[in-house]
Write a protein that binds this ligand. Sequence first.
Ligand code: FES
Length: 162
Amino acid sequence: MANGISMQHVEEIIDAHGAEVRNLIAIMQDIQGEYKYLSPEVLEKIADKLGIGVAKVYSVATFYENFSLEAKGKNIVKVCDGTACHVRKSQPIYDAIRENLSLTGRQKTSADGLFTLETVACLGACGLAPVVTVNDQVHSKMTPDEAIRLLDEIRSKEAQNA
Ligand code: FES
């Protein structure tokens, strides 16, 4: 077990597809479907079983946006980046959350594992723009300050439950 991932099960998934390079993407999709992300150990295991370099597996995993290389946080925050929300200034909200969570580069999950920040295409609630969801609950007419207040609220709830 590494990060809740059963390497034995990972091997089973690889074997079920057939340990061949042409199955690489299907294998990664299945493993991600199961564990929501691909850990370094998983990528190494795939490379090993398929007899290819781990760099090759990494390059495929990073090329496709849908593959996630880090575990998701406990709370998933999504900022709508559809046109209506964008026009009503969703970007400053996204930037404020990123800064508040101290995210750098491609990092999407805060170091404390509490939050993962994502963007999402139109949520179909354009009249409420700009929209942010926290664990799929919609928060309308957001501002950067209000978004940070939401994060703080979750933090204090988590602290109470700890
Ligand atoms: S653009 Fe954000 S809800 Fe439609």
